[in-house]
Design a binder for this molecule. Structure first.
Ligand code: F6P
Length: 537
């Protein structure tokens, strides 16, 4: 793929960005898009007709369509790990052969999903029970990153559909996370799903060992096999850790961790809400896949989100992007998207290993609305840096409480308008005129109350928070990330940036675990203080 800065479309966008401003842009040239039940409004984007045409030209000149076909066909679009990225295959409705290394992967995917179905139904019905023959009432998923965030977000969003065992998520190696969770649970009715694609992640394996000790202490060693299952792309490692094959739910290594909730990693979702619910999640994602494959670029929601992100990042020079779901049940969406976006396109080297001379992924952050309005929205409205934002609305009330829904929607739209239109000092000055006699005083007060506006917002609407539309929403962002990866000429499917920290932690451990090992010189003062502080009563 080409260096984007050499492309005619990129140069055109750079030229446009020098002159465009909110006033000149006037009405956005982007029409709303409907896709897989979702609706997106781009009227608050600084994108006029010329900008739109240059962005669409960027899609053509970057080879997005060709790369998209390659990804869906199972090509090694993850070159640094020499793997395909076939998360879409996990939710495909077709059984047409799809070959990876000469093997049709469809039957294996079907078999993995059938095992999730059979097992989740057996646990939910009580056909499979604990070592003391009691029905499982609680599931604790031990996993982190992609082995946590996707399933946890979906389970928290589908709370109104949860009619199975209560599902808890423990991820942090801080023992308080596991302690606080287990303190509330009965070992006899608790099932652990140990989820790790590589089955090497130290936090997860440490938590699994401590959870095993908890079961052994309460139920005896013979109970372990009944109360633990593994979910992994490394079954041999799981077996080496004592998991029998019958208790291992596999998925393929061509599924990236942050793209894996559609695989066996989604087992907690099926346990909590039933397999039919999980199937609806897959169906919604598949509907978005079909849209992404078939819709022309100008009406293609993932493509348009990707282009808007690139316009705001590379040509409007915004360094952050807020995800603001105005629905409490979508509160964990920003956390999932932080990994999905920042671990995918938080890169600074192109596919040829050359350092980039243009920015890539912005800082992704966010919180459920209206909460953010009472914390970081001040900066979003009047800060020195401008952040773009996605505001998500849910059309139908998620609660029967009168007037709450209307207030939620009113706040979401109000924030979008305040971000985009702002309020000028002249307007504020005029409002103050009868109240503040002194003109200089009036001017000073007005300046403090100016909302500059020009903060671009994409408004998205999902009809209701259900599995189908959640699947469509997550798949939308997966494909946005892919398209941005193509245009930025980077690999969105690897994550080498997480390795160094892990290695340093392993090297440091001995000097933390024992007193007689000399710690690295630059850390001696800090470690000495830590040990001293730990002894203080
Ligand atoms: O953060 C690094 C990472 O490898 C993520 O990409 C991954 O989702 C997470 O750690 C957990 O990895 P695993 O599922 O192999 O335990």
């Amino acid at each position: 793929m080409p260096n984007p800065t050499t492309l005619a479309a990129w140069k055109k966008l750079a030229a446009i960005s020098v002159t465009i401003s909110a006033k000149q842009a006037g009405e956005s040239a982007l029409k709303p898009i409907h896709a897989a039940g979702l609706y997106a409004d781009f009227s608050r984007q600084l994108i006029d007709a010329a900008t739109r045409e240059a962005l669409l030209a960027l899609v053509d000149e970057s080879g997005v369509i060709k790369q998209r076909a390659a990804m869906f066909a199972g090509a090694a679009v993850n070159p640094t790990e020499n793997r395909p990225a076939l998360h879409a295959a996990l939710r495909a409705s077709t059984s047409a052969p799809l070959h990876v290394a000469g093997v049709d992967v469809r039957p294996g995917i079907r078999a993995q999903l059938d095992r999730v179905k059979t097992f989740s139904e057996a646990i939910r019905s009580g056909k499979i029970r604990g070592a003391s023959d009691q029905k499982f009432t609680d599931v604790v998923n031990l996993g982190i990153g992609g082995s946590l965030l996707g399933p946890e977000f979906i389970c928290s969003a589908l709370t109104k559909f949860a009619d199975g065992p209560r599902v808890h998520f423990v991820s942090n190696v801080d023992g308080a996370h596991l302690d606080d969770t287990l303190a509330k649970l009965n070992p006899a009715t608790t099932l652990f799903t140990v989820t790790s694609k590589t089955f090497t992640t130290d936090e997860t394996l440490t938590n699994a060992r401590s959870a095993t000790a908890w079961i052994v202490n309460h139920l005896g060693a013979e109970a372990v096999s009944t109360h633990f299952v593994a979910v992994t792309a490394a079954p041999k490692l799981a077996m080496a850790n004592g998991y029998p094959a019958t208790h291992i739910f596999e998925f393929n290594d061509w599924v990236g961790g942050r793209f894996s909730l559609w695989s066996s990693v989604g087992l907690p979702i099926a346990l909590a809400c039933g397999y039919e619910c999980f199937a609806q999640l897959l169906a919604g994602a598949n509907a978005m896949d079909e849209h992404f494959i078939n819709a022309p670029a100008a009406e293609n929601l993932p493509v348009m989100l990707a282009l808007i992100g690139i316009w705001n990042r590379n040509f409007q020079h915004m360094t952050s992007h807020a995800v603001l779901p105005y629905a409490q049940r979508l509160a964990m969406l920003p956390s999932h998207l932080q990994q999905l976006e920042m671990e995918s396109t938080g890169k600074s080297v192109d596919l040829d290993g050359k350092r980039l001379d243009y920015p890539t992924c912005p800082i992704i952050f966010g919180q459920a609305g209206t909460n953010g309005q009472h914390s970081f929205h001040q900066l979003l409205h009047q800060g020195t840096d401008i952040s773009s934002a996605d505001i998500l609305l849910v059309a139908r009330p998620e609660s029967g409480l009168k007037e709450h829904h209307e207030k939620l929607i009113a706040n979401a739209i109000a924030q979008a308008d305040a971000f985009w239109q702002g309020k000028s000092s002249a307007a504020i000055f005029a409002e103050l005129t009868p109240k503040v006699a002194d003109e200089d005083e009036r001017r000073k007060i007005a300046e403090h109350r100016v909302h500059p506006g020009g903060r671009p917002v994409t408004m998205m609407v999902m009809p209701t928070v259900d599995a189908y539309h959640l699947g469509a929403l997550v798949a939308l962002y997966e494909h946005k990330v892919f398209v941005q990866g193509v245009i930025w000429n980077i690999n969105p499917f690897d994550q080498w940036g997480v390795e160094l920290g892990k290695k340093i932690a392993v090297a440091l451990l001995p000097s933390l675990m024992s007193t007689d090992i000399t710690s690295p010189a630059h850390l001696q003062t800090l470690l000495a203080h830590l040990k001293h502080a730990a002894q203080l009563k």
